[in-house]
Design a protein around this ligand. Structure first.
Ligand code: UTP
Length: 294
């Protein structure tokens, strides 16, 4: 029987090596995009889709994430006294949500991070959001995936077409197109070389999974990059049940990478009413300067 998606897992225990030294003692997930940390975008995205329980996988040096989503009595009182109602509302809205934190003792890979949430998820289907993949807040990717899950009663993973030059950074699928944006997956490979990639359809950081993936994850051994890979578990699950891919055509930023992070900041600042006008003027100034220097 189809069940409602009430729980979401946010793996945030990775080492963030692409962002060193910034991530040596502070979490990558707390790097700000304009005025919110990356992970808040993912939390708000899930909350907008009716998720009720937010399970964050943390690790060493990740305490700031828990503090960010906790209530902050002194700060809230001070905002109240200063009459800063809007800010107060924005700050306290987050602590109304139900958070659970699970510590992944060592960064053994995304598959292992998700496996750590097994006792909290129990026998329900659930969403997984990687917060360093930022989806434009105007897109409805997760909601579309939840709707597709309801229709097919099968796991759904988000896909995006990427350049072959970048394919070795992703899990990649082979599949049969069954609708405008829907693929029935027939194979998955983690970080293939371009010549071995079965397609240009890369797995991006949004998943709707079913609890039977935990049984497979329990038996997955260390794979690509010496990590327990979620892609390997999905490969195993595919032998037992259909898995679908949903091709996302909107805007995604790979904010775990410096260039993707900078692009996210520019685009989201241009959408932010508090800074957009001023920032646009500044960008025009910069662009003019660059043009005149080449
Ligand atoms: P990444 O592949 O981006 O790895 O993980 P990373 O460690 O965060 O960053 P780099 O590659 O070293 O720069 C994708 C997501 O999975 C989480 C990360 O926190 C990130 O959200 N993750 C990864 C875990 O929670 N645990 C792990 O063992 C690995």
């Amino acid at each position: 029987m189809e069940k409602k998606i009430k729980k979401a897992i946010f793996p945030a225990a990775g080492l963030g090596t692409r962002f060193l030294p910034a991530t040596k003692a502070s979490p990558k997930e707390m790097l700000p995009i304009v005025d919110k940390p990356m992970i808040q975008y993912a939390i708000e995205e899930a909350s907008a889709c009716g998720i009720e329980e937010f399970i964050i996988i943390t690790g060493k040096y990740k305490r700031a994430i828990e503090d960010h989503f906790d209530s902050a009595f002194e700060l809230e009182e001070s905002l109240k006294r200063a009459g800063k109602k809007r800010l107060l509302e924005e700050i306290s809205r987050l602590n109304q949500l139900n958070f659970a934190y699970i510590r992944q003792k060592a960064a053994l890979g995304l598959g292992h991070a998700i496996y750590c949430a097994k006792p909290f998820v129990k026998d329900e289907p659930f969403a997984v959001l990687l917060s360093d993949d930022i989806i434009d807040p105007d897109d409805n990717l997760l909601q579309d995936m939840i709707n597709l899950y309801r229709k097919l009663n099968s796991p759904v993973i988000a896909l995006q077409q990427v350049l072959m030059a970048d394919i070795n950074k992703y899990g990649v699928i082979e599949g049969i197109r069954e609708g405008d944006s829907v693929y029935r997956i027939t194979n998955l490979v983690e970080k293939p070389r371009a010549m071995e990639a079965p397609s240009d359809l890369a797995i991006i950081g949004r998943y709707i999974l079913t609890p039977d993936v935990f049984d497979i994850l329990a038996g997955v051994s260390f794979g690509r990059d010496g990590e327990i890979q979620l892609t390997d578990a999905l490969h195993g699950l595919l032998k037992k049940r259909p898995i679908y891919g949903y091709l996302f055509k909107g805007k995604r930023y790979d904010a775990g990478d410096k260039f993707g992070y900078l692009k996210a900041i520019v685009d989201l600042a241009l959408k932010n009413p508090k800074v957009s006008e001023q920032f646009k003027e500044y960008l025009v100034e910069v662009a003019t300067m660059i043009k005149s220097s080449i």
